[in-house]
Design a protein around this ligand. Structure first.
Ligand code: C5P
Length: 285
C-alpha cells in the first residue's frame, strides 16, 4: 500500500479542570473530551525520495518542525530507524486553527496512523510517547471514542456511550488567544472547577442532556470572558438559538452549542453564518 487517506476529527472539551503547574512547566488537568464530525482531510503517500514533502490549502502551514504533521512523520522515521524512505503529506485544512478544537493535534495523530499503515505499527509505549511528545492533546486524538484525559492530557481513559446523537454547532469569532498565555493567566487568576467529569460521562451514557449541561464546566471561560466579552456574547447567542448547553472549548476562543435536534442546530448555524460568524455544524462522534 502506498497511499492512505484519512479524516482527522476536531475535538471539544465538555469539561476542563486545571490543576497546579508541574515541574516540567505543564499543568495537570482533567478533561472529558469528545471528537466531533468536523474533519481535516489527509492524504499520506510513500515516496522514494527520502524526504518529507508537505502540501496544504493552508498557506500559513510550512514544511518545517513547527508543523505537527511534518514533525510526526520525522519522529516516526527516527523511532523506526527508517532512513531512506520518504512521505508526501497533503492536508486539506477545514478545522479552524488556534481555535481550541485540537486541529494541529488531530492532524498529527492522523499522520501517526497513516505512517503505521504505510510502514508498520509502533509498539504501544513508543506510540504513546511519540504522541505525547507532539502535544498534550495528541494522545486523545489517537483514540476513536470520547475519553477522560488526565496528567498533562496524555493519560487517557476512553469510554463509549449508547448513541443518542448530540448535534453541535461550533462558532469562532476573530478573537485570537495563545494557549500558553491562557495557562499563564490561569496561574495568576485561578478559577474553581464547578462541573463534574464523572457526571458528564454518566450523562452521556444515560442520554440525560440536562444533567450533561449541569456537569459541564471549562475553567478557562471566566478569564477569557473577562478579557474578551465577545466570546461570552457568542456563547449567550448560541444559548438563545436553542442550545441545551453551550461552552467554550479548550483555551478558546471557539464556543460550541449542543442541540438535541439536527434541525435546531442547522437553524442556529444559518443565523450565525448570516451574522458572518465562522461556524460549523457537526455531531459528537
Ligand atoms: O502540549 P501543547 O503544545 O498542546 O501545549 C501548548 C501550551 O499550552 C504549552 O506550551 C503550555 O504552555 C500550555 N499547556 C500547559 N499544560 C497542559 C497543556 C498545555 O501548561 N497540560
Amino acid at each position: 500500500m502506498h497511499c492512505i487517506k484519512m479524516r482527522a476529527p476536531a475535538k471539544i472539551n465538555l469539561t476542563l479542570e486545571i490543576g497546579a503547574k508541574r515541574d516540567d512547566g505543564y499543568h495537570s488537568l482533567t478533561s472529558v473530551m469528545s471528537h466531533i464530525s468536523l474533519f481535516d482531510e489527509l492524504l499520506v503517500s510513500k515516496t522514494d525520495e527520502g524526504v518529507i514533502d508537505f502540501q496544504s490549502n493552508a498557506p500559513y502551514l510550512k514544511n518545517n518542525d513547527k508543523n505537527l504533521c511534518v514533525l510526526a512523520a520525522k519522529k516516526f522515521f527516527e523511532l523506526c530507524g527508517i532512513k531512506n524512505a520518504g512521505v508526501k503529506i497533503e492536508l486539506k485544512k477545514i478545522i479552524p486553527t488556534n481555535s481550541g478544537m485540537g486541529g494541529g493535534s488531530t492532524d498529527a495523530a492522523a499522520v501517526i496512523k497513516c505512517m503505521e499503515n504505510l510502514f508498520g505499527k509502533l509498539d504501544e509505549k513508543s506510540r504513546e510517547n511519540l504522541a505525547a511528545s507532539l502535544g498534550s492533546d495528541v494522545p486523545f486524538c489517537l483514540t476513536d471514542t470520547s475519553a477522560v484525559c488526565e496528567g498533562r492530557g496524555e493519560k487517557i481513559t476512553p469510554f463509549s456511550f449508547e448513541k443518542k446523537r448530540i448535534y453541535a454547532v461550533v462558532a469562532k469569532n476573530a478573537v485570537k488567544v495563545s494557549t500558553s498565555s491562557v495557562y499563564a493567566d490561569f496561574d495568576v487568576n485561578p478559577v474553581e472547577f464547578t462541573g463534574s467529569h464523572s457526571g458528564v460521562v454518566q450523562a452521556l451514557k444515560d442520554g440525560d442532556n440536562e444533567f450533561l449541561r449541569k456537569s459541564m464546566c471549562n475553567v478557562f471561560e471566566k478569564n477569557i470572558f473577562a478579557a474578551t466579552p465577545e466570546v461570552e456574547k457568542l456563547r449567550n447567542k448560541i444559548y438563545s438559538l436553542g442550545a441545551f448547553a453551550s461552552q467554550m472549548t479548550g483555551a478558546g476562543p471557539t464556543v460550541f452549542g449542543l442541540f438535541e435536534k439536527r434541525t435546531d442546530a442547522e437553524n442556529a448555524l444559518e443565523v450565525l453564518r448570516k451574522e458572518k460568524v465562522v461556524s460549523y455544524s457537526a455531531y459528537i462522534l
